[in-house]
Write a protein that binds this ligand. Structure first.
Ligand code: NDP
Length: 364
């Protein structure tokens, strides 16, 4: 695609806006009706506390079923998303910009009532809009679910396009299965996500909204778009190796996150059938947490790699997601390391001595 057709494709359209608004309307309406476990968020400046409703899995399955039925009855086209990828991208970008501006002004208004607002300099304005004012990322009942759901919807539309074009390949099938399992697993364990950094520490600013609505769905699906335009021949050995990378990645990712979750609830719960090794009564040094201090990141990186391997190695483009994730998680691990060093002091030093590897044993 040359530059002028790219710019042409990026022009937002009303059709894209309707698709986007339909998606958000569904999330806002169905999200308030469909029941799910309520998990409390952190306490806000005014002493109130929002609650997360963990109903993502039902919302997602219901949405896919509704879209499937509508496509069967010719109400919607299954390729509606994949045929307007770039214009949807720019429309979502503009939407994120406008929503965060509105949130910024709403946040200023409520904070000026509580008189805790900083003096208005240009630096403050940009900082508050970029990083946000309010904790607990939620807007009209829509929270961080939207990005993960959007990612699956884009993938499914890309799959429909490859079927329509008669180009469905083993690579596309593998990519689709791995991503769908990862996204479904995310929603099955949605409760775990309410204790992650994005939810407890990030504010609802442009950075988070852009990351969730634009970055996740549109960049994590690059492999699918790439496979629409490129042919890859996979041998049986490559397919088996690819499945192994996915399975090992999943085992480490889910296993490590689960062990920490279980440990936080019950520090005496056995890990891999044995009593856990605990440092200073607070840090787990058994199981995956005894192999590397962030084994969960290693699992996530292997999963990310498994989404790209079906595209072969002829181009670096489908490797955008694992490369981005590698940079992000190395940076995040370093920030988490200094946070834990401050929080846990000498017991963290002891943990570091016992478990010297950060993410990948004997390498990093
Ligand atoms: P973690 O779930 O790894 O949480 C780190 C925190 O866990 C530390 O701050 C500390 O918090 C606690 N902790 C660390 N070591 C121990 C230990 N040995 N024993 C007990 N507690 C410990 O971090 P994230 O929230 O960053 O990641 C969660 C998941 O999300 C990961 O699997 C990651 O791969 C994934 N992720 C995916 C991204 C993507 O784009 N695909 C982006 C970012 C994350 P405390 O103060 O509570 O003790």
């Amino acid at each position: 695609m040359d530059l002028s057709s790219l710019l042409q494709a990026l022009i937002p359209s009303w059709n894209s806006a309707y698709l986007l608004l339909g998606f958000f309307a569904y999330l806002a309406i169905a999200g308030s009706i469909v029941l799910g476990k309520l998990v409390p968020g952190v306490v806000l400046a005014d002493g109130t506390r929002l609650h997360y409703r963990c109903n993502g899995l039902v919302l997602l399955l219901l949405l896919v079923a509704l879209l499937g039925i509508s496509a069967k009855m010719d109400f919607v086209s299954p390729t509606a998303i994949s045929e307007r990828g770039f214009e949807l991208l720019s429309t979502t970008f503009i939407f994120s910009f406008l929503v965060t501006l509105a949130l910024y002004f709403a946040g200023c208004k409520s904070q000026s009532k509580s008189s805790s607002l900083k003096p208005h300099t240009t630096g403050n304005l940009i900082h508050d809009w970029w990083f946000g004012i309010q904790l607990n990322p939620q807007f009209m009942g829509i929270d961080l679910k939207a990005g993960m759901m959007g990612w699956l919807l884009i993938n499914l539309s890309v799959l429909a396009k490859s079927i329509q074009d008669g180009t469905l390949s083993k690579s596309m099938i593998l990519f689709q299965i791995f991503c769908a399992l990862y996204i479904l697993d995310y929603f099955v364990h949605e409760e775990y996500m309410t204790s992650t950094w994005d939810i407890i520490a990030e504010r609802l600013g442009f950075m988070l909204v852009f990351g969730d609505l634009v970055w996740i769905p549109f960049t994590f699906s690059i492999q699918g778009w790439w496979l629409l335009a490129n042919e890859v021949e996979l041998t049986t050995t490559t397919i088996i190796a690819n499945c192994l990378v996915f399975l090992i990645g999943y085992m480490v990712f889910r296993g490590a996150n689960k062990q920490k979750h279980v440990f936080k609830k019950n520090p005496k719960a056995p890990i891999w059938g044995k009593p856990p090794k605990v440092i200073g009564g607070k840090l787990l040094a058994s199981g995956y947490w005894g192999i590397a201090r962030h084994c969960n990141y290693l699992g996530d990186l292997l999963l990310a790699l498994s989404f790209s391997l079906p595209c072969g190695i002829s181009s670096p483009v489908p490797y955008f997601y694992p490369i981005y994730l590698l940079i992000l998680l190395i940076w995040r691990e370093r920030r988490d390391e200094s946070r834990c060093a401050k929080k846990y002091k000498e017991i963290w030093t002891e943990y570091r001595k016992l478990v010297p590897w950060r993410i990948l044993p004997y390498v990093y």
